[in-house]
Design a protein around this ligand. Structure first.
Ligand SMILES: Nc1ccn([C@@H]2O[C@H](COP(=O)(O)OP(=O)(O)OP(=O)(O)O)[C@@H](O)[C@H]2O)c(=O)n1
Ligand SMILES: C[C@](O)(CO)[C@H](O)COP(=O)(O)O
Length: 240
């Protein structure tokens, strides 16, 4: 049997957007345990929280998950009652996982969003804002927040070289949205590794547009992020 598990057959008729979800990471910075996307947040895997929110976005026609290769069947089963998804085996690096998922997005879906499973509380409004900005003509769109800390550049002895002007800096989140052809071209051309997909588009020399992100789109990376996310789930009116 192939590693790809497809329960959608075709994209749904309700939207024009495919969401590619890299979910194959180990979660090493969280400490020992299952692959991060399968760890529990208030009793449910991060991936379930993420997919439930993605599926609630009206623009979304198709969801493709890049799962840990050993867990493709388990992820397929896990999400069976959450939303129709296609599950593929992810790669050793995030960028390989995105490429594997992108490869099964059909050409008729002209907009692709790439969204970390680890940003599992991202609200529907961010998906719709990013998708709408691509629909309006942008090649690439990223949700961002202002940087709140003072940022120093240091040398290899941890001595400060200078203070960076933070007014020109942004902290970047997902979902990142793209005209599908642009994302495919960026991945095909990417010689070096990149930490986000917009980075590959920047290397093509194309503009990347910023839109407001959300405090809820935090990336669960370290143990304290899990505690913050659990608290956010208890709030009656979480921050947008
Ligand atoms: N080989 C990989 C590595 C990461 N990811 C995904 O990319 C997203 C962002 O990665 P990150 O949060 O850094 O996750 P991990 O790589 O799992 O974290 P760590 O570096 O702590 O192991 C996550 O949803 C993760 O599952 C992936 O699909 N394939
Ligand atoms: C894509 C990303 O979430 C944007 O902030 C981030 O770069 C992924 O994190 P990683 O630690 O680089 O995998």
């Amino acid at each position: 049997m192939s590693d790809d598990r497809d329960v959608t057959a075709q994209p749904s008729a309700r939207g024009d957007v495919a969401v590619v979800v890299p979910a194959a990471g180990a979660g090493l910075r969280l400490g020992p345990g299952a692959p991060k996307a399968l760890r529990l947040l208030e009793g449910e895997p991060l991936l379930v929280h993420a997919v439930r929110r993605i599926a609630a976005a009206p623009s979304v026609a198709m969801i493709v998950i890049a799962a840990p290769p050993a867990d493709v069947d388990a992820v397929h089963t896990l999400l069976a009652d959450v939303a129709p998804v296609t599950v593929v085996a992810g790669g050793a690096e995030r960028q390989e996982s995105v490429a594997a998922a992108l490869a099964v997005v059909p050409p008729e879906l002209g907009i692709v969003l790439v969204h970390d499973a680890a940003r599992c509380l991202t609200p529907v409004s961010v998906f719709e804002r990013v998708a709408a900005t691509v629909r309006d003509g942008a090649d690439a769109v990223i949700p961002v927040l202002p940087v709140v800390d003072t940022i120093k550049e240091v040398d290899d002895t941890e001595t400060v070289l200078g203070t960076v002007d933070r007014s020109a800096l942004r902290a970047v989140q997902t979902p990142q949205g793209f005209r599908a052809s642009v994302l495919r071209a960026a991945h095909a051309a990417a010689a070096d590794s990149h930490t986000d997909d917009a980075g590959a588009v920047e290397k093509l020399g194309l503009p990347v547009r910023c839109v407001p992100g959300s405090d809820l789109a935090l990336k669960i990376t370290r143990p304290m992020d899990m505690a913050v996310a659990a608290h956010l789930l208890t709030l009656p009116a979480p921050p947008s």
